[in-house]
Write a protein that binds this ligand. Structure first.
Ligand code: ITT
Ligand code: CA
Length: 492
């Protein structure tokens, strides 16, 4: 009689088939789970209504992870053509209309099915702060026009408002540190230096800072389980356009018909209007009484003299605190690295002076020789790719930046190298807008989110391995039974 192969008993066949199916199923699940998903995103839009221009930023983050764990990144930006919304004080409707093109672009970039859930914010900064001081009703009308225009788009409009200087400074700091992943990991933070057209902000964490000295310069945050005591100050009128007005006002105070300006290149000459120069709360009150309508503005190209003019715009004598920056404003000792963006970057990048490992004296010498270069030569070299207005002002702006950093904020030749001139961090622009949106959408939690002990892929792999081991164990435990069976006499 032929002996039956004991491996083929119905029981072992069933067990093997079930085991194989289970393993195939587990591996399939593991593979499918880890296959790259077609990522779905959520979006947020922030309009930065600055003094010199408006920019629109679209941010995106993974839709499944918006409960505080997904990374928010800049998807798109759009520069509104024309000047900032505060320049439309005399014709407010045009402020609203100016935003149309970028808003239409946003409609194309954000997928249509996400439009209605996409929050849209507009934040205005120093230009509107100044207009609000100068002419409250004009500022209200500009906001009404802007609001009407924004509400006509299919997004979830969340309002337009003027940010306080503290908010502008603090949100810039949040942006820089969020993009650098410093907040989540509780690392030492980077200070933020923002130079706009009408105001400038400095924000940093100082561990030696006694909060009671100047509460208006202090902001406390709890982010991802860490406490931050942030020093922040915004100097209204110390953005680069307003400070240039102040410098010109200083030099024209006696009402001459010609001024020889050390901050402009030799050979530079233009005619400026007294009324438009003094048309700002930053300089009003300084207008000479007997001034003619126009004055002739000529360049001299002398960095040292220019620095003296700029220095005279900082009051460094009065200070009622333990330490001040300038104009009697409290500032604790500088601490840690700094990221300097917006006009800090535009200007220093044009001047090829973004490398802060170069000695400060060398930086100054390079700027001095740039300032001394005749205007004709400068135009010949750059006019084809740089706006004439910017080109004429780089000597002044560079001098202002170095003077603000050293005489204003007290950076020294040793600490200058702590500054990094930056435009973007990991593809997103440095500026207050991202921090503003993260705050308003509650996307940075106060406490560190709990995370599962194992990542998903790790969990699936471990379950698969355990299942395979169990199956092998089961097979092995059945094995001793089969030889015994085979030895039993066969009943025929
Ligand atoms: O923050 P506020 O003060 O409201 O102003 P803003 O937001 O409009 O200011 P920006 O940072 O956009 O620009 C700062 C200044 O730099 C100028 N600017 C922009 N691009 C520039 C470039 O490429 N070269 C030189 N200057 C530039 C601009 O005209 C402003 O005077
Ligand atoms: Ca700005």
């Amino acid at each position: 009689m032929k002996e039956k192969n004991p491996w083929y008993t119905p029981l072992t066949i069933i067990i093997t088939v079930i085991g194989v199916i289970a393993i195939v199923a587990l591996v399939t699940v593991a593979v499918l789970q880890n296959r790259p998903l077609l990522q779905k995103y959520k979006y947020g839009i922030v309009l930065d209504a600055g003094s010199s221009h408006t920019a629109l930023y679209i941010y995106q983050w993974p839709a499944e992870k918006d409960n505080n764990t997904g990374r928010v990144e800049q998807k798109h930006s759009c520069k509104v053509t024309g000047k900032g919304i505060s320049s439309y004080a005399a014709q407010p409707e045009k402020a609203g209309m100016s935003l149309t093109e970028c808003m239409q672009e946003a409609e194309m970039v954000v997928p249509a099915k996400r439009h209605s859930e996409t929050p849209l914010y507009l934040g205005a900064t120093a230009g509107m702060r100044l207009l609000n001081i100068e002419n409250r009703s004009a500022s209200d009308q500009v906001f009404q026009a802007v609001e009407k225009a924004l509400q006509s788009f299919p997004f979830s409009y969340q309002g337009a408002r003027i940010l306080s200087g503290q908010e502008e400074g603090a949100f810039g700091w949040v942006t820089v540190n969020y993009l650098d992943d410093r907040l989540k990991q509780g690392l030492e933070t980077t200070g933020a230096l923002d130079l706009g057209g009408a105001s400038t902000q400095i924000s940093f964490v100082s561990h030696d800072y006694d909060i009671s000295e100047s509460p208006s310069n202090s902001m406390t945050f709890r982010l991802y389980g860490n406490d931050y005591n942030l020093y922040t100050h915004s100097f209204l009128c110390y953005g680069k356009d307003q400070v240039l007005r102040m410098a010109l006002a200083k030099q024209t105070q006696l009402g001459p018909s010609t001024i020889l300006d050390p901050c402009f290149h030799p050979g530079y000459t233009t005619t400026r209007n007294y009324s438009s120069l003094y048309d700002s709360p930053c300089v009003s009150g300084r207008r000479p009484r007997e001034a003619p309508t126009n004055f002739s503005h000529k360049g001299e190209g002398n960095f040292t003299k220019c620095q003296e003019v700029v220095k005279s715009l900082f009051n460094t004598t009065a200070c009622k605190y333990s330490k001040c920056s300038f104009n009697g404003v409290f500032q604790p000792p500088l601490q840690g690295p700094f990221g300097a963006f917006s006009a800090y970057y535009y200007v220093m990048n044009f001047l090829n002076l973004t490398d802060t490992s170069i000695h400060l004296e060398t930086v100054k010498n390079n700027l001095a020789s740039y300032c001394a270069t005749p205007w004709n030569q400068i135009k010949q070299m750059h006019l084809s790719n740089v706006k004439e207005k910017y080109l004429a002002e780089y000597c002044f702006s560079g001098t202002y930046i170095l003077t603000l950093l050293t005489e204003g904020y007290n950076f020294t030749k040793e600490t200058y190298s702590n500054i990094k001139f930056i435009k973007k961090i990991k593809g997103s622009d440095a500026g207050w807008t991202l921090g503003y949106m993260l705050n308003l959408t509650n996307m940075i939690p106060a406490e560190a989110p709990d995370s599962p002990p194992l990542p998903h892929a790790g969990y699936v792999s471990i379950v698969t391995v355990i299942a395979v081991l169990l199956f092998i164990l089961l097979i092995l435990s059945l094995r001793p039974v089969w030889p015994r069976c085979s030895k039993q006499p066969q009943i025929v």
